[in-house]
Design a protein around this ligand. Structure first.
Ligand SMILES: Cc1cc2nc3c(=O)[nH]c(=O)nc-3n(C[C@H](O)[C@H](O)[C@H](O)COP(=O)(O)OP(=O)(O)OC[C@H]3O[C@@H](n4cnc5c(N)ncnc54)[C@H](O)[C@@H]3O)c2cc1C
Ligand SMILES: Cc1cc2nc3c(=O)[nH]c(=O)nc-3n(C[C@H](O)[C@H](O)[C@H](O)COP(=O)(O)O)c2cc1C
Ligand code: SF4
Length: 654
C-alpha cells in the first residue's frame, strides 16, 4: 500500500490502545444527534463512519454532556445516563470495523448552560461572572460540595464510555469555556478558596476529576485532556501555567494532551478563519516539548498532509488534530497516504460549519454539501440516464453538474464566461480570502475530469438549449451586482460596481465612496485601501456609507471580527446609520443623525448594495416543455453554502 507520508501514517500506542496513524479528529458539534433524547443518531454515526472509511486513526466525538440538569445546549450529545449507552456502543462497533479508535469528549457546560433550556436551572461556574456567549446570566458560584458531586458525574460518564466499548475519553478543559475551562482560566476564575488563585488552585478541580476518573476506569483505559496552550487574553492563563498543568495531569494518570489555543473571548483564536496562518498553534509546541515528556497533539488549521507529516517528523507533536478539513473531505487521510493531493477537497476556512453548529441547525459545509446527508445515501445511480443541461458554471452549477454526473447522467455545462467559478472567482480576491481559490481549483478540476461536457464562452439561449434537447434543465445563472437607478442615473460620470472593482475590470480613483456596508462593501473598501495602516501622502480617500447601524451584519463568524478589526486600522471613513440623499457629478451627500454631510471631489462611486438574481432565461425555457429547476443565487441570493447545497439537491432529485 502506498504511503506517501510515513511519519503521519505510523502507529502510536497509549496504554494498549494502538492508533494506526497520527490523524486524530478533534471534537466538533454537528447537531446531528437525536435532539429529543440527546442520543447518537444514524445520521451522526454515518458521518463518523465516513471518516473512519476515509482512513482516520482516531475520532473524538463532539462534546458529550455529563450533566442532564445543565445541558450545554438543546442539541448536545448526551452521556449523562445509561440511555445513551447503546448509541455509543453502535458507534464504537461501527468505527472498529475500519480499525478506527473512538474517544469521547466529556463536557459540562459551566456558565454557558443557559437556564432557558434547563427548566430555569441557572448555570454553574467557578465565579459568578457571565459567560461571553451567555452574557445575560450570572452563573452560580459552585460550592466545594458541588465540586465533589461533579467529580462523580465525570467518573460516571467516563465509565459509561468505557462500558460502551469506546477506546478513550477526552476531558474538555480548554478555551476558558465550559465548567473545567471556567476553573482553569484566569480570565473567568476569581475564587479565593483552594480552587482559585494561581494555576495551582485553578487546576485543582481538573486534577481531582482526572484522579477520580483514573481510579474509576482502571489502568488500561487512555485518558486525554483538552487544554488551551494560552487563553490568548490579557491576564489569562499562559504557556507556563499550562505546562505546569500538563505535568500534574501526567502524574494524575493522563496519557496525552490535546492542545488548542485561545478562548471564546476571541473565537478566531480557536477557530482560525480563512487567511489565518495554517498550523498556527505549532508556535507553542517547542516549549511544550521541552518541558514535559507527556505525549500531545495540536489542533488549528492543519490541513495539508505534507505539513502534518513534517510536524510529526520534526517531533513537534505526536499527533495532529485535523478538524474542518475532515468535515470538508472525510477521505483526506486515504487520499493523502496514497499521494492523491489534488483530489483532496480543501477546507476554505469560511466557518459556515461553526456558524450552523452555533445556530443549532444541522451542521453544513460550503464545500461539502453532502456532509449532513451521508446517512441518506442518496447519490444513487440514475434509473434512467438523462441528458441534463446545466446553465451557469458557478458553485451551484458545478455542484449540480458533478452530482448529476456521479449519478450517471450525460451533463452539458454552459458557462458564459471564459472560466468556471462565477462569483467564487472574485470571492477569493479580497485580502486574506486566498484560500477560497484553493476550493475553487478543486471544483474546476473535478468538473474537468468527470466527463461533463463543459462549454465555456457559451451563453446559453433558448435556441442553444432547444438544439441540445435535454431531458432536464438546471438554471444556475447566479446574480449580478445591484446597480440602483438612483446611482446609475445620478449624473456622476463614474458609478461602478463593487464586483468590477474587485475583478480589476475598473480601477478606482483617488476619492472613492462605497455605498453599502455588507460583506462585499466591506471587502471592497479593504481591497482598495492601502495594505498597511497608514494614510499615504496623496493616497486614496475612501468613504463607506451604510444605512444600517452596523457593518456586515449577516456574517456571524470570526471572519467578520477580523475584517472589522483590519478595517478599523486602515484609513477608511466609515459612516453607519447614514443614508445617501443626493449625488452630483462630483459629490455625495448623506444624512446621519439628522445632519447632512457632503463629500466633495468624489471621482468614483462604488455600488455595493447587494446582488440581484439573474434568472430570466428560466422563464424563456419553459416553452421547451422540459423540467426547469432554478438553483443558487439565481433562485435566491445567498452564499457558497446555499449554492452548493441547492446544486446537490437539484441533481439528487433528477
Ligand atoms: C466579492 C464577493 C465575495 C464573496 N464572498 C463570499 C464568501 O466569502 N463566502 C460565501 O459563501 N459567499 C461569498 N460570495 C457569494 C458567493 O460567491 C455566491 O453566493 C455564489 O457564487 C453563488 O453561486 P451561483 O453558482 O449560484 O452563482 P454565480 O457564482 O453567480 O455563478 C453563475 C454563473 O452563471 C454564468 N451565467 C449566467 N448566465 C448564463 C447563461 N445564460 N449561460 C451560461 N452561463 C451563464 C455566469 O457567468 C456565472 O459564472 C461572494 C460574492 C462576491 C461578489
Ligand atoms: C462545527 C464545529 C464544532 C465544534 N465543536 C466543538 C466541540 O464540541 N468541542 C470542542 O472542544 N471544540 C469544538 N470545536 C473546535 C474544534 O475542535 C477545533 O478546535 C477547531 O475546529 C480548530 O481545528 P481545525 O482548524 O482543524 O478545524 C468545534 C469546531 C467546529 C468547526
Ligand atoms: S464550512 Fe467552510 S470552514 Fe467549515 S469545513 Fe466546510 S469549507 Fe471548511
Amino acid at each position: 500500500m502506498t504511503n506517501s507520508y510515513p511519519h503521519l501514517f505510523s502507529p502510536i500506542t497509549f496504554r494498549g490502545m494502538t492508533v494506526k496513524n497520527r490523524i486524530f479528529l478533534p471534537p466538533m458539534k454537528t447537531n446531528y444527534v437525536n435532539a429529543a433524547d440527546h442520543t447518537l443518531s444514524d445520521q451522526i454515526i454515518e458521518y463518523y463512519v465516513r471518516m473512519a472509511k476515509g482512513g482516520i486513526g482516531l475520532i473524538t466525538t463532539e462534546a458529550a454532556e455529563i450533566d442532564k440538569d445543565h445541558l450545554y445546549d438543546p442539541t448536545i450529545l448526551g452521556i449523562f445516563d445509561d440511555s445513551c449507552l447503546p448509541g455509543f456502543k453502535k458507534l464504537a462497533d461501527a468505527l472498529h470495523a475500519y480499525d478506527c479508535k473512538l474517544s469521547v469528549q466529556l463536557i459540562q457546560g459551566g456558565p454557558f448552560a443557559n437556564s432557558g433550556w434547563n427548566e430555569g436551572r441557572m448555570p454553574l461556574s467557578s465565579s459568578p461572572i457571565a459567560h461571553v456567549w451567555n452574557p445575560l446570566e450570572t452563573p452560580i458560584e459552585m460550592t466545594k460540595e458541588d465540586i465533589q458531586r461533579y467529580v462523580q458525574l465525570y467518573c460516571d460518564a467516563a465509565l459509561r464510555a468505557q462500558k460502551a466499548g469506546c477506546d478513550a475519553i477526552e476531558i474538555h478543559a480548554s478555551h476558558a469555556h465550559a465548567l473545567l475551562g471556567s476553573f482553569l482560566s484566569a480570565v473567568v476564575n476569581h475564587r479565593t478558596d483552594e480552587y482559585g488563585g494561581t494555576i495551582m488552585g485553578r487546576s485543582r478541580f481538573l486534577l481531582e476529576v482526572v484522579t477520580a476518573v483514573r481510579k474509576a476506569v482502571g489502568e488500561d483505559f487512555p485518558i486525554s485532556v483538552r487544554l488551551s496552550a494560552t487563553d490568548q487574553e490579557e491576564g489569562g492563563t499562559n504557556e507556563e501555567d499550562n505546562i505546569f498543568v500538563a505535568r500534574e495531569l501526567q502524574k494524575a494518570g493522563v496519557d496525552y494532551i490535546h492542545f488548542s489555543n485561545g478562548s471564546l473571548y476571541d473565537v478566531g483564536t480557536l477557530l482560525p478563519p480563512t487567511g489565518k496562518y495554517r498550523a498556527l498553534n505549532t508556535r507553542f509546541t517547542d516549549v511544550i516539548r521541552a518541558n514535559t515528556d507527556m505525549k500531545f497533539g495540536v489542533v488549528g488549521r492543519i490541513k495539508e498532509p505534507w505539513v502534518a507529516d513534517l510536524l510529526i517528523e520534526e517531533n513537534k507533536m505526536d499527533m495532529v488534530y485535523i478538524g474542518r478539513q475532515m468535515i470538508c473531505d472525510p477521505e483526506f487521510p486515504n487520499k493523502s497516504r496514497e499521494g492523491r493531493f489534488d483530489d483532496v477537497r480543501y477546507c476554505i476556512g469560511c466557518l459556515r460549519c461553526l456558524e450552523s453548529s452555533a445556530l443549532g441547525i444541522k451542521m453544513e459545509c460550503s464545500m461539502n454539501p453532502g456532509v449532513k446527508d451521508y446517512h441518506l445515501d442518496d447519490i444513487k445511480p440514475a434509473e434512467v440516464r438523462k441528458t441534463v443541461a446545466v446553465i451557469g458554471g458557478g458553485p451551484a452549477g458545478m455542484e449540480a453538474a458533478l452530482t448529476a454526473r456521479k449519478r450517471g447522467h450525460r451533463v452539458v455545462l454552459f458557462e458564459a464566461g471564459s472560466h468556471l467559478g462565477g462569483q467564487f472567482i472574485i470571492a477569493s480576491y479580497p485580502p486574506v480570502k486566498q484560500e477560497l481559490a484553493i476550493g475553487l481549483k478543486w471544483y474546476i478540476r473535478e468538473v474537468n475530469q468527470s466527463g461533463i461536457e463543459v462549454r465555456l464562452n457559451t451563453k446559453a439561449t433558448k435556441e442553444l438549449i432547444a438544439e441540445l434537447n435535454p431531458d432536464e434543465i438546471i438554471v444556475a445563472t447566479g446574480a449580478s451586482c445591484a446597480m440602483p437607478k438612483f446611482l446609475t442615473e445620478s449624473g456622476h460620470p463614474n458609478v461602478v460596481s463593487a464586483w468590477d472593482i474587485i475583478a480589476g475590470k475598473v480601477h478606482p480613483g483617488l476619492n472613492c465612496v462605497v455605498i453599502g456596508g455588507g460583506s462585499v462593501g466591506c471587502e471592497t473598501v479593504e481591497f482598495i485601501a492601502p495594505r498597511h495602516n497608514y494614510r499615504e501622502v496623496g493616497g486614496r480617500k475612501i468613504t463607506l456609507i451604510e444605512m444600517l447601524e452596523n457593518l456586515d451584519m449577516k456574517d456571524g463568524t470570526a471572519n467578520r471580527d477580523y475584517l472589522m478589526a483590519r478595517m478599523a486600522q486602515k484609513p477608511i471613513d466609515i459612516h453607519c446609520s447614514a443614508k445617501v440623499t443626493e449625488i452630483t457629478k462630483d459629490s455625495v451627500t448623506y444624512e446621519q443623525d439628522g445632519e447632512s454631510h457632503t463629500i466633495r471631489g468624489v471621482d468614483t462611486i462604488i455600488s455595493a448594495m447587494g446582488s440581484v438574481s439573474e434568472n430570466g432565461i428560466a422563464e424563456e425555457l419553459k416553452d421547451l416543455g422540459k423540467p426547469v429547476t432554478v438553483i443558487g443565487d439565481a433562485k435566491e441570493v445567498g452564499r457558497i453554502v446555499t449554492a452548493t447545497a441547492s446544486g446537490r439537491d437539484a441533481a439528487v432529485n433528477l
